[in-house]
Ligand binder design. Structure first.
Ligand code: BES
Ligand code: MN
Ligand code: ZN
Length: 486
């Protein structure tokens, strides 16, 4: 997709040549700055009752009078925020879906506020609308023809808008990488597949890559990670990706993504309904790969390490059993009370491995708990950290990226639920505060650096008719990393 900013000439939007013009009306009253042809159209549509100035409404006009573009879509944003702009663009794109539009021009009336964030939001909305999963469904309706999008803005804003579009396009490609990866079914997206994806990214963008196998992981003493993998015939992989954008001596940001390529629950097996969705249990890993994709395009001056422990969680004669005790790489022992709490078991060893990079900060990303979905639903990812500054930076990035997160508590009292009579800790803490006790488990492995945990169980994918990966939180992570660059 080609994104550009254009400053309309003296004859305004009416003279724009594009296959379609999408005009976002910011606000819910008649925009004062709409040029005559548009103003007439708008007034007529509203007076006739065909159109209402209410957030989310759209109107399609074929061969609009007085405009050069052959198609016009009006879309109302409730206000002039980037969030509302994005929603209006998405709604407007719905109205031209299936039409022969390859060049779309987008404009905003009712507000002169066109910022970098608006430009990024446009790129995100467009990329989201044109994504079609095809890998195992080649018969899926082909993607819309859209290949060029121009965002109109005042000349004075065009530099800023161009920067926003470029960043937005890079983030969108990262999001697409993550979605494509996470949408692959479990028999396709194996640990080996994740390693291959990482290899392809490394080749394309010059990242350093190491893929550790069973023997290497055993040598490191990752007893907890190996315990989860032992029930599967599919060999585990531990992926280490490194992006160097700053001096070698500069401490990196380390991203750790949960890469359970399928989570049956193991011996503590999950019920059958919706179990298919556990193919998305590697969405944390996919978000790390997606973020690296965006980094490869943006090349910020910062160092980033991506760690992905990848394996399946299967029941079998070799699988771990409830009550088994394993020794983690940190030396701490764990009583596995529930084999379905496997994410934390693979992450804890990756978190210990992260120490060797002397990181500036470590952020793990995981579809960790159903409890987080109950607590926050599908809008906010859960953010867990005891570091206020890191929390602030991540929340800022989330806001900026329109990829929201909500801070959750991590008071030590919650860790009491993890006490075990047979090991240093149990791997579950009961039903109460399940998302928090999962975070408390991870926290025990992160005492040597600044750390935050993102539980994306509710945000990484959608269920029902819209079933599919969202690519979250690639936007949040990319923005956080950009904020750490100099
Ligand atoms: N991958 C799941 C978490 C999950 C469940 C994400 C549902 C999205 C929707 C994770 O491995 C898991 O099974 N967690 C258990 C933990 C429990 C056994 C303490 C859960 O949430 O039920
Ligand atoms: Mn599980
Ligand atoms: Zn899981």
């Amino acid at each position: 997709m080609d994104f550009k900013s254009v400053a309309p000439g003296a004859s305004g939007l009416a003279a724009l040549s594009a296959d379609a013009l999408l005009v976002v009306v910011a606000g819910t009253s008649m925009p004062a700055d709409a040029e005559p042809a548009l103003a007439t159209l708008l007034r007529d549509a509203v007076n006739s009752g065909d159109f209402e100035l209410k957030a989310g409404r759209t109107l399609y006009v074929h061969r609009p009078a007085g405009l050069k573009a052959q198609r016009l879509v009006l879309a109302v944003a409730g206000d002039d925020s980037a969030k509302s702009f994005k929603a209006a663009v998405a709604a407007g794109l719905g109205a031209v879906k299936g039409l022969g539009v390859s060049h779309l021009a987008v404009a905003q009336v009712g507000s002169s506020r066109m910022t970098e964030v608006h430009a990024e939001a446009l790129a995100a909305a467009v990329s989201d609308a044109v994504y079609v999963y095809r890998h195992t469904k080649p018969s899926a309706p082909s993607a819309p023809r859209l290949s060029r999008v121009s965002l109109t803005c005042a000349k004075a804003d065009s530099t800023m808008v161009t920067v926003g579009l470029r960043r937005g396009a890079a983030v969108a490609r990262g999001v697409e990488t993550a979605r494509e990866c996470a949408n692959r079914p479990g028999n396709h997206a194996t640990p080996r597949f994740l390693a291959e994806q990482a290899r392809a990214l490394a080749r394309e963008h010059g990242f350093r890559l190491q893929v550790l196998d069973q023997a290497a992981v055993k040598k490191l003493g990752m007893g907890s990670f190996m315990a989860v993998a032992q029930g599967s015939d599919e060999p585990l992989k531990f992926i280490v990706l490194q992006y160097q954008g700053a001096a070698k001596a500069q401490a990196p940001v380390v991203l750790v993504g949960k890469g359970i390529t399928f989570d049956t629950g193991g011996i503590s097996i999950k019920p059958a309904p919706e179990m298919d969705e556990m193919k998305f249990d590697m969405s944390g890993a996919a978000s790390v790969l997606g973020t690296f994709k965006a980094l490869g395009e943006l090349k910020p001056q910062v160092n980033v390490v991506g760690l992905i422990p990848a394996c399946e969680n299967m029941p079998s004669g070799k699988a771990i059993k409830p009550g088994d005790v394993v020794k983690s790489m940190s030396g701490q022992t764990i009583e596995i009370l529930n084999t379905d709490a496997e994410g934390r078991l693979i992450l804890c060893d990756a978190l210990t491995y992260a120490e060797r990079f002397k990181p500036a900060a470590v952020i793990d990303i995981a579809t960790l708990t159903g409890a987080c979905v109950i607590a926050l639903g599908h809008h906010h990812s859960g953010l867990f950290t005891s570091d206020d500054e890191l929390a602030e930076d991540l929340l800022q990035a989330a806001k900026r990226a329109l990829d929201p997160a909500w801070r959750m508590p991590v008071d030590e009292e919650y860790a009491e639920a993890l006490k075990s009579n047979f090991a240093d800790m149990g791997n579950v803490g009961g039903r109460a505060g399940g998302a928090v006790t999962a975070a408390m488990f991870l926290k025990k492995f992160t005492t040597r650096y600044r750390w935050a945990h993102l539980d994306i169980a509710g945000t990484a994918w959608k269920s029902g008719a819209q079933k599919g990966a969202t690519g979250r939180p690639v936007a949040l992570l990319t923005h956080y990393i950009l904020s750490q660059a100099r």
